[in-house]
Design a protein around this ligand. Structure first.
Ligand SMILES: C[S@@+](CC[C@H](N)C(=O)[O-])C[C@H]1O[C@@H](n2cnc3c(N)ncnc32)[C@H](O)[C@@H]1O
Length: 258
């Protein structure tokens, strides 16, 4: 009988690579909780940004092991040791994952634009001084800069480019990252959202948010962008510069449960 998720004893390690931890387990549990939907979704391309040990992408591949056609898996990490460790973890479980040592999706973004049906991200989310962001080795696993949002804010526009029309993004965030604001930011790009798992540990409160494109929100986003252009707003991706009044008063997205 095949295991549905990666076995910890088969997960490879390196002193400079993030070991599977509470956040990794929460993300895999969220994917397991959504497994029936994932199977029905029949993704053709699944991607992880920031794969670390490979525990998450390997677990996802094991969950979808019997799907026909089998999805293509790709994972990136800025840490070269993580890419090697993920390859060992995937091999130990007999799953095939393309691996790229890069910053978010640099170098593969054009090739994968609009093709990713499932994107999974457990980003560096810990609030730290800005100068720690992007440091080599294990620091890159957690250093998230101001409010833990520096890397998240770079990933979201890339995710928008990578995701297919029916693409789903599973993003892990911390309360300190202000997940409601992230949902509002994504709504401005036409995405609906739902918290599919919330877990408090001794140290942190984690949320796994699922995002998908919603026709009504896309229409609303178009109107929002026209309004921005009309008002001379230059950077439409910059969060928090210009808010829809009705967006702040609640609405259809589900992050108001946060
Ligand atoms: C919190 S760890 C998560 C690791 C693994 N996904 C897990 O859940 O156990 C964040 C990972 O993102 C990687 N990372 C940080 N900044 C990145 C960037 N700009 N591009 C790609 N990967 C990045 C780190 O090296 C680290 O492996």
């Amino acid at each position: 009988m095949f295991s549905k998720i990666a076995k910890i004893k088969l997960v490879s390690s390196h002193p400079e690579v993030y070991e599977p931890c509470d956040d990794s387990f929460a993300l895999v549990d969220a994917l397991l909780a959504d497994q029936a939907n994932l199977s029905d979704h029949r993704p053709t391309c699944c991607m992880e940004v920031g794969c670390g040990s490979g525990y998450v992408i390997t677990s996802l591949a094991l969950m979808l092991r019997n799907e026909v056609p089998e999805p293509f898996y790709i994972a990136t990490d800025i840490n070269p040791h993580a890419v090697r460790v993920t390859r060992e973890t995937a091999d130990a479980h007999g799953v095939d994952v393309d691996l790229v040592n890069t910053d978010i999706a640099l170098g593969v973004e054009a090739r994968l634009a609009g093709l990713v049906d499932v994107l999974v991200v457990n980003p560096p989310y810990v609030p730290t001084p800005e100068e720690e962001v992007g440091r080599e080795g294990i620091t890159s696993a957690w250093a998230g800069g101001e409010n833990g949002l520096s890397v998240i804010n770079k990933i979201l526009p890339v995710a928008d480019k990578l995701l297919s029309e029916r693409g789903w993004l599973y993003l892990l965030t911390l309360s300190d990252n202000n997940p409601s604001k992230i949902c509002l930011q994504m709504r401005k790009k036409g995405y609906a959202s739902r918290v599919i798992l919330q877990r408090s540990t001794e140290e942190e409160s984690l949320h796994i948010i699922k995002f998908w494109r919603d026709a009504n929100f896309q229409l609303e986003a178009k109107e929002y962008h026209s309004l921005m252009v009309k008002n001379g707003q230059q950077n439409v991706d910059k969060p928090g510069d210009f808010e829809f009044p009705e967006l702040l008063s609640g609405g259809r997205h589900n992050c108001n449960a946060l």
